[in-house]
Design a protein around this ligand. Structure first.
Ligand code: SF4
Length: 218
């Protein structure tokens, strides 16, 4: 590790694995903490507060991700948030360290910034990613496939081979949302269709289950 990176930290909302709804194969997903973009209808309002989550060293984050990938025999790392390009050096360093620890793992990054702005904010991270899904969430626009929550967002692949791999995955229809339980909290992971989260909460309510705090409402 380069001198000066030893104290580098990353604000992390959560890490979950295995996840199959956010990219091809079985993956570990890192949600970074902190987003100032403020999309109306964001499903992860709990990740907006830059002082929320946990401050971890990049070494700790990389070691945790690498361990999940190794022990779970996972296929990739997805980084979302929160806004990954708002902590560009820390996230890029984590990606580099994970690849040193486990080899050339596939990396998918979701950014709420348009692609050109994401590249300006986080050039190293964007250049390291196999796939970047870029652009703010617009709740007035429909989802477009398994990666794109609103049709204004754009998808950028590092190579034609990566595109083929992702397009094979997006061509397979899927329920979209995956339910994961971690440390007493329930997470719905994936790209929700419009109104799907409130519909889910409503159906649970009909069955006598009321959700407390939810990430998609402030
Ligand atoms: S959808 Fe993403 S970019 Fe938009 S406010 Fe939520 S976390 Fe931020």
């Amino acid at each position: 590790m380069a001198h000066g990176e030893a104290g580098l930290t990353l604000r992390v909302a959560r890490i979950l694995a295995p996840v199959t709804a956010l990219g091809p194969g079985r993956r570990v997903v890192l949600w970074v903490q902190g987003c100032a973009i403020g999309c109306i209808g964001c499903a992860s309002v709990d990740t907006w507060d830059p002082n929320g989550g946990r401050d971890l060293t990049v070494d700790e984050v990389a070691a945790t991700l690498a361990e999940q990938i190794r022990s779970g025999e996972l296929d990739g790392l997805t980084i979302t948030g929160g806004e990954p390009t708002s902590q560009p050096d820390a996230v890029a360093t984590v990606v580099g360290q994970v690849r040193k620890l486990v080899g050339p793992v596939d990396v998918l990054v979701f950014s709420g910034r348009p692609y050109a702005a994401a590249r300006r904010s986080a050039p190293r991270l964007v250049s390291m990613a196999d796939c970047v899904v870029a652009g703010p969430f617009r709740q007035d626009l429909p989802a477009a496939g398994r990666l794109v929550a609103s049709s204004n967002q754009t998808v950028h692949y590092r190579s034609a081979a990566v595109r083929d791999r992702y397009e094979r995955w997006t061509a397979v229809s899927s329920p979209g949302l995956e339910v994961t339980v971690d440390q007493g909290a329930v997470f719905l992971v994936g790209i929700p269709q419009r109104g799907e989260l409130d519909e889910f909460a409503g159906r649970l309510h009909e069955r006598g289950v009321d959700l407390g705090e939810v990430s998609w409402r402030p």
